[in-house]
Design a protein around this ligand. Structure first.
Ligand code: ADP
Ligand code: MG
Length: 240
């Protein structure tokens, strides 16, 4: 589903990604961990075309994103992304937020989009909030709406960038439960997360990166239980 080969990304003279290789199979759940500033968000942004690679090849769901011939807007419809900050539209109700993209992009009629949005809100446990404004919701509820909104485009892949980092501790669990359910449903996912326990429980594979390179990757029990690289050992000793 995802293939990244020799991905490099610079901002001016700052080379942030220095040759990244990794692949994600259909239905696989991969977590991307590493110190702040190591390039995790930049990788996710290169996976849906929010950032352009400086060099290397990124292929997502059969689309070569790094090819100038590829219609990036089309690719984005296959890749849902959830951010640390929910970015809901404050002037719309919850259900309008979820319906917006499929209607705007001509994928669904309003009636179809409303029915689909209601089903998604049910899936994230928020059907009773359909007509509420985002401002009346808790952080955990807002993030669940943001997940429903990303799912409304029926993506093949979901990317999560620290989806629980901005939440009060008591709201982390409800969002992780939605992500856990999504993983169990077979969705292909890449999660950038600081929730190491969650990564260990839910992910099929863990990729540890530092300073713009992949240092180590493997099954969660292997990376968390017996990390091979000094960098990984140092990082995990601080966060576990
Ligand atoms: P992480 O998500 O692992 O914390 P990021 O991918 O956000 O790391 O950032 C990696 C590095 O790239 C940081 O040094 C950051 O300052 C830099 N960076 C990220 N985005 C930009 C940008 N749009 N312009 C300039 N520098 C950026
Ligand atoms: Mg980040």
């Amino acid at each position: 589903m995802i293939e990244v080969v020799g991905l490099r990304k610079s901002f001016g003279s700052n080379e942030v990604l220095r040759g990244i290789d990794f692949a994600v199979s259909e239905g696989e759940v991969v977590s991307l961990i590493g110190p702040s500033g190591s390039g995790k968000s930049t990788i996710l942004r290169c996976l849906n075309g929010l950032e352009q690679a400086t060099a290397g090849r990124v292929t997502v769901d059969g689309f070569e994103i790094t090819s100038p011939k590829t219609d990036i807007n089309k690719v984005r419809q296959h890749v849902g992304m959830v951010f640390q900050h929910f970015n809901l539209f404050p002037n719309m109700t919850v259900i309008e937020n979820v319906m917006l993209a499929p209607v705007d992009l001509g994928r669904k009629t309003k009636t179809e989009a409303r029915a689909a949005a209601l089903a998604l809100l049910e899936r994230v446990g928020l059907s009773e909030k359909a007509d509420a404004r985002p401002s009346s919701l808790s952080g955990g509820q807002k993030q669940r709406v943001a997940i429903a909104r990303a799912l409304a485009m029926e993506p093949q892949i979901m990317l999560f960038d620290e989806a629980t980092s901005a939440l009060d501790p008591e709201m982390v669990g409800e969002v992780l439960q939605v992500i856990r359910d999504l993983a169990a449903s077979g969705m292909t996912m890449v999660l950038v997360t600081h929730e190491m326990g969650f990564a260990r429980e839910v992910c099929d594979r863990v990729v540890f990166m530092a300073d713009g390179v992949v240092v180590e990757e493997g099954a969660p029990d292997q990376v968390f239980g017996s990390p091979q690289q000094t960098r990984t050992q140092e990082f995990l000793s601080k966060v576990l």
